[in-house]
Design a protein around this ligand. Structure first.
Ligand code: NAD
Ligand code: ZN
Ligand code: ZN
Length: 357
């Protein structure tokens, strides 16, 4: 990314060797997440030049000093919530909130990535997976089973962990609870699957693209609402008897955050998963929350402990409970990444995966 709101450029860059605690990887596959598009659009502040991509699976090529958990040939998934292990959030059991997750190399060290002439190129979230090689902290990686296909494994790196984890970790949906998921992209489809896996009752999918609703039904939604056909809030109220126990916003728009809170029933919880552009605010009725005791919570990266969660999600896939094949709408080479973002803007893709040779 040489500039915001412009196509990504395909360039040769320098990648350093693995320093202490680092791992060099061959990228096998990288899913494309809407958060990458938020960065391009300037809605998440990451200044260029930067190599995007944060939903990877790969194979270890070499490890740096002190790396004990990985060896060349290991299959791994990368996750943007690197953890330090000693800060107050890591030690209290919420490593996804680690205070130093984006610390990078120590001050004064060579950059992990550099352009021609040695100018540093920022690494996105310690990963930068829109590239044939990655140089990552070992604490951004988890080893997975060799029998897990790496293109499907990549989805677990962000979207699946975010959506599934919102359901399983952030709010722990009890069996039988009613659920609505607004937005059926990679993240929303994973939240729907999380609701199905824990045995939720009604699972209502909402999207503006009718074909996504068919996919949502195939992955576990019991009901579907076309957001472009009438008032989706009224439709969800009718289906859930006055609002859902849990409502997940998986888009990141002010309008759909307001709809999500309105779709949340008495005593229910609205879960904000989509990232609203950082400069925008949402006018929410406080009385609506107080008088109905509604809760609103954010959910960051599925409240993950990814070294524990991701191998479990791999098992869910391999035993048939988590469906990833259906979520992949296309596999593309790296040089089609800009077309992939056009499809994401148009809403005409589910998950798109860059596959490397
Ligand atoms: N909280 C986190 O940690 C976290 C992690 C990953 C992604 N995200 C965010 O989650 C959001 C979703 O990501 P994604 O990759 O699934 O995106 P996506 O673009 O694949 O999916 C968005 C979906 O919303 C639908 N949609 C758009 N406008 C709509 C409207 N007005 N009404 C109903 N449906 C509408 C689209 O048709 C599409 O299916 C993004 O904001 C992304 O940045 C958050
Ligand atoms: Zn993401
Ligand atoms: Zn920490």
């Amino acid at each position: 990314m040489r500039a915001n709101r412009a196509p990504l450029a395909l360039e040769d860059v320098e990648i350093d060797g693995p320093g202490p605690g680092e791992v060099l990887l061959r990228t096998a596959a990288s899913g494309i997440c809407h958060s990458d598009l938020h960065v391009i659009e300037g809605d998440l502040p990451v200044p260029p030049p930067c190599i995007l991509g944060h939903e990877p699976a790969g194979v270890v090529l070499a490890v740096g000093e002190g790396v004990a958990d990985f060896a060349p040939g290991d299959h791994v998934i990368g996750c943007l919530t690197s953890w330090c292990g000693v800060c107050r959030f890591c030690t209290e059991g919420r490593p996804y909130l680690c205070l130093t997750q984006f610390a990078g190399r120590p001050p004064g060290a060579r950059p992990r990535l550099a352009g021609p002439g040695g100018d540093p190129i920022a690494q996105f979230a310690n990963l930068s997976s829109f590239a044939e090689r990655m140089l990552c902290p070992e604490r951004s990686l988890v080893k997975i089973r060799d029998d897990m296909p790496l293109d499907r494994a990549s989805l677990i790196g962000c979207g699946v962990t975010t959506g599934l984890g919102a359901a399983l970790n952030t709010v722990r949906i009890p069996a039988g609870a009613s659920v609505v998921v607004i937005g059926c992209g990679g993240v929303g489809l994973a939240a729907i699957q999380g609701a199905r896996i824990v045995g939720a009752g009604r699972i209502v999918a909402v999207d503006a693209q009718p074909w996504k609703l068919d996919l949502a039904r195939a992955l576990g939604a019991t009901h579907a609402v076309d957001a472009t056909a009438g008032d989706p809030v009224a439709a969800v109220h009718a289906l859930t008897g006055g609002g859902a126990d849990f409502a997940f916003e998986c888009i990141g728009l002010v309008s759909t955050v307001l709809q999500t809170v309105a779709m949340t029933g008495r005593g229910g919880t609205a879960v904000l998963v989509g990232v609203v552009p950082i400069a925008q605010t949402v006018p929410i009725s406080a009385a609506d929350l107080t008088l109905q005791e509604k809760k609103i919570t954010g959910s960051y990266m599925g409240s993950n402990r990814f070294r524990f969660d991701m191998p479990r999600y791999v098992d869910f896939y391999l035993d048939g409970r988590l469906r990833l094949d259906e979520m992949i709408s296309s596999r593309i080479p790296l040089d089609e990444v800009n077309e992939a973002f056009d499809r994401m803007r148009a809403g005409s893709a589910a998950r798109q995966v860059i596959v490397f040779d």
